[in-house]
Design a protein around this ligand. Structure first.
Ligand code: HMG
Ligand code: MG
Length: 310
């Protein structure tokens, strides 16, 4: 078992903010390269409204194609975002149609900022939590793991700085709902080592039991606006965090975190994350060579789509 879990979110976070829609076959190849790169999990898509995120409107087709692809290496998980019961219907149908588990985990997502929550999901934070109640119950009934995302864990593109206590409060609400893990999202890359550690401390204080003893239950999801994400990873490793999201080639960004003239930033690059983790003496399963191949492929498909979408 590796010291640190790495989740590549490029097929979801990476592609949702691209101006063009990437062809299904290219998405499948990207997922396949990442699956074979040694990362622990690939976040493959989102079952959200296609009106809100047209880039991922092919979520069902993508998952059905994954069901026909050669089996993934043992231990690698696939996850997908699910905002509500309708998304959950689709996630469960993927596994039912395949007759086996293609998706291992669903991820519900809310925020520590009311304004961002409304802009991203047309609901208050409390309304999102209520939406998640049946989703989490159905995931458990179908033996799926559940991740709960808290966006704007450091700052909101509309409200500015977010207090660690707000993040801790929403994390507690998600833990009470029964999610298996919480991913703390620095949506606009405002993190620096000091505010990341203060936020982690507040979240840990609000949680108890296995949330503080199991080092894989809290995950950090960093976007890298100012080149500080690697320093934040080091601070988080020192603070005991052992699970991180990243995106191959540093793609990513939430379309609803973009403000006029300012596009939401990409995630920390998976290769940088791996280097940072290894430089600190921790092990990960990811192979730099395979990741380099995936990064080069990811760059080629998004730049072709950027050119054709003008
Ligand atoms: P709404 O408009 O309030 O939803 O959106 P609604 O229930 O009123 O339904 C409106 C229409 O959408 C209906 O269709 C529904 O059937 C359909 P119509 O009758 O008009 O034809 N609909 C759906 N279709 C497919 N799948 C669904 C679904 N739900 C409703 N699941 C909703 C509410 C939550 C659906 C919408 O706001 C939404 O899809 N938001 C998603 C936005 C998003 O994906 N943002 C990016 C991901 S979050 C992120 O990037 C942050 C993260 O990376 C962490 C970080 O960095 O901080 C995770
Ligand atoms: Mg994100």
């Amino acid at each position: 078992m590796n010291d640190v879990r790495v989740i590549d979110v490029a097929p979801r976070d990476g592609l949702q903010n691209e101006p063009g829609v990437i062809a299904l076959d290219d998405k499948l190849k990207l997922v396949r390269l990442l699956t074979n790169s040694g990362v622990d999990e690939v976040e493959v898509t989102s079952f959200v409204s296609p009106k809100w995120v047209p880039q991922l409107a092919d979520a069902r087709a993508l998952c059905d194609s994954l069901a026909k692809a050669p089996s993934k290496p043992a231990g690698v998980m696939y996850s997908a975002l699910v905002p509500n019961d309708k998304g959950m219907d689709q996630a469960l149908e993927v596994n039912q149609r395949a007759g086996r588990r293609i998706l291992d985990k669903v991820s519900v997502f809310t925020a520590a900022s009311e304004t961002f929550s409304r802009k991203n999901t047309n609901a208050s934070i409390e309304e999102t939590i209520e939406r998640f109640r049946p989703v989490v119950a159905r995931a458990k009934a179908n033996s799926l793991l559940v991740r709960g995302y808290v966006s704007c864990a450091i700052a909101c593109p509309f409200e500015g700085a977010i207090s660690p206590q707000s993040v801790a409060h929403v994390s507690r609400r998600l833990a009470d709902l029964g999610v298996d893990e919480i991913s703390l999202g620095d949506t606009i890359g405002a993190g620096a080592p000091e505010n990341i550690v203060a936020m982690l401390d507040a979240v840990r204080s609000a949680l108890s039991g296995e949330w503080t003893s199991d080092e894989f239950k809290l995950n950090l999801h960093l976007h890298d606006t100012f080149g500080r994400a690697a320093a934040c990873v080091i601070a988080a490793l020192n603070a005991g965090i052992r699970s991180f999201d990243a995106s191959v080639a540093g793609l990513g960004g939430c379309p609803y975190a973009s403000t006029p003239g300012k596009r939401a930033p990409g995630n920390i690059d998976t290769s940088l994350l791996i280097r940072t983790i290894r430089d600190r003496g921790f092990s990960t399963g990811a192979s730099p060579d395979t990741l380099a191949e995936a990064a080069s492929f990811a760059r080629s498909i998004v730049s072709a789509a950027r050119v054709s979408s003008g």
